[in-house]
Design a protein around this ligand. Structure first.
Ligand code: HEM
Ligand code: HEM
Ligand code: SF4
Ligand code: SF4
Length: 437
């Protein structure tokens, strides 16, 4: 018998989608049965009370978590999100309900053995509830008490060689697409770069030292499977420099209907016979493709590398061989001054280990933003306030036509004094010699 009646939540057990309510109830039941005979370190009824407080929130339409919460482990300035229930007498099981962030492996590949070990620890010292994964990428452990934090951290690091993720005004946990592990479009090893950057900048991740949060994400091609350019201050996106590789025989197989367009992604509906002209040539954003006499040609110097043709005919077209990445910076959510996608900073940069060229850009930007950024100002906002040019200067980069979608339309143009003959120091008496008042 459940500890609290949950008539509203019960309705979410119906329907075809996996129900989080049903799962929570199983979790609650398992804790009561405790088949492994664990000496549970936080209340046995933590999940019952979570269901209870959630039901109360459903009823009155408001949250029942108190404001904020500052907890953690010694040595680190982040990694744990403290939280306390605002009805601790009614729901003592969730009086403390802190979340721990665990740094996930790049690409989220696991072994059953590893996950089972983590679960054993979390069942014992936490609620057993998780989020797989947080939006930034972390394994998220939902719900434990303060006195368990160091215990868990000791066990994670000493037994499982597993660190915490980031939180606060620091480098957050980096994340990547699955890259070369199982994608033919990957232009660099996203997992390797993600892991390497995570290790290189551990200090920035664990001990907040920035004006505000800062995120890295790594997409190995412009398809953006980890959405780097919308969800990271520093977005690395794979691309290539030379020609798209064309296999004309495979093109013919698409035209002949032997290969399904988009690898069969639209098979659920009848879109008619594949029409290379309508579905590829006429959809190319730059109009740089042609298909004549059974031969596909691409004017590569006009190609944006948008991925459309490659996405439609993956067995016939491949990214070029001279691979690398673009760096885009400044993405953020609306608060304070409006949402931003990242803006192109470096059109093409090598993306081979040990990734020194990219790290140099990272560190130049940090040097600038850590000095100039205002309190709780994201990089994207610092760019707006001080100007893109200031960031280029900080990175020692020359402006390039590719830095803009369009040139400015207003004429409020600043010049540096040394660019203007005679400078700014002028004598009005000199002016008056030629122009009477
Ligand atoms: C031969 C005489 C004149 C010439 C060649 C001239 C030329 C110009 C030019 C080229 C601009 C800039 C337009 C722009 O930025 O797009 C301008 C702006 C302006 N002119 Fe004249 N102008 C003349 C006479 C006058 C006079 C007599 C007045 C006022 C009594 C005047 C008031 C203004 C004002 C207020 C602006 C600014 C408009 C704005 O900010 O959008 N101009 N003028
Ligand atoms: C109390 C009187 C005045 C006030 C408060 C005033 C205020 C201003 C302000 C705030 C601007 C905009 C500056 C900017 O965009 O940074 C401006 C621009 C301008 N004003 Fe006045 N103004 C006054 C009188 C005049 C008079 C009498 C003239 C001409 C006979 C004049 C001509 C202009 C022109 C041509 C501009 C445009 C400057 C530009 O585009 O850079 N103003 N004024
Ligand atoms: S972003 Fe590109 S390389 Fe990475 S998984 Fe997606 S399609 Fe593949
Ligand atoms: S990648 Fe995009 S821009 Fe380049 S040829 Fe293909 S469709 Fe055109």
């Amino acid at each position: 018998m459940a500890k609290h009646p949950t008539p509203l939540l019960d309705q979410l057990e119906s329907g075809p989608w996996p129900s989080f309510v049903a799962d929570l109830k199983i979790g609650a039941e398992n804790r009561h049965k405790n088949e492994k005979g664990l000496e549970l370190q936080i209340p046995e009824d933590v999940i019952d009370d979570l269901l209870g407080v959630l039901e109360l929130s459903f009823k009155d339409g408001t949250t029942h978590w108190k404001h904020g919460g500052i907890v953690g482990v010694f040595g680190y300035g982040g990694g744990v999100i403290g939280r306390y229930c605002d009805q601790p007498e009614m729901f003592p099981g969730v009086a403390h309900f802190h979340t721990m962030r665990l740094n996930q492996p790049s690409g989220l590949y696991y072994t059953a053995e590893y996950l089972e070990q983590l679960c054993d620890l979390w069942d014992f010292r936490g609620s057993g509830l998780t989020n797989m994964h947080g939006s930034t990428g972390d394994i998220v452990w939902l719900g434990t008490r303060t006195e368990q934090l160091e215990e868990i951290f000791y066990e994670l690091t000493h037994t499982y060689n597993q660190d915490l993720g980031g939180s606060g005004s620091n480098l957050r946990t980096p994340a990547c697409c699955l890259g070369m592990s199982r994608c033919e479009f990957a232009c660099f090893d996203a997992q390797k770069m993600c892991t390497d950057f995570t290790n290189e900048y551990q200090d920035m991740l664990h001990r907040p030292q920035f004006p505000y949060k800062f995120k890295f994400k790594f997409d190995a091609c412009p398809n953006g499977c980890v959405a780097a350019l919308a969800r990271s201050d520093f977005s690395i996106v794979g691309t290539w420099k030379d020609d798209i590789q064309i296999d004309q025989e495979a093109v013919a197989a698409y035209v002949g209907g032997e290969f399904a367009p988009n690898a069969g992604a639209h098979a659920g509906r009848d879109w008619g016979k594949f029409d290379i002209q309508a579905e590829v040539i006429d959809r190319c954003p730059t109009g740089c493709m042609s298909y004549e006499g059974g031969k596909l040609t691409i004017d590569n110097k006009e190609c944006y590398r948008c991925m459309h043709c490659i996405n439609v005919m993956p067995r016939a077209l491949r990214p070029g061989k001279e691979k690398g990445a673009s760096i885009l910076v400044g993405a953020k959510a609306p608060i304070l001054d409006g949402a931003q996608l990242s803006s192109l900073l470096v059109p093409f940069i090598p993306a081979e280990e040990p990734f020194d060229e990219i790290k140099e850009v990272v560190e130049n930007i940090w040097d600038w933003w850590m000095e100039e950024g205002k309190n709780r100002e994201r990089l994207g906002e610092t760019m707006k306030r001080l100007g893109f040019q200031k960031m280029l200067d900080a990175c020692g980069m020359e402006a390039d036509a590719r830095h803009v979608q369009e040139p400015r339309t207003n004429p409020y143009i600043f010049w540096k004094e040394d660019e203007v003959p005679g400078g700014w120091d002028r004598d009005v008496e000199e002016f008056r010699k030629h122009h009477q008042r």
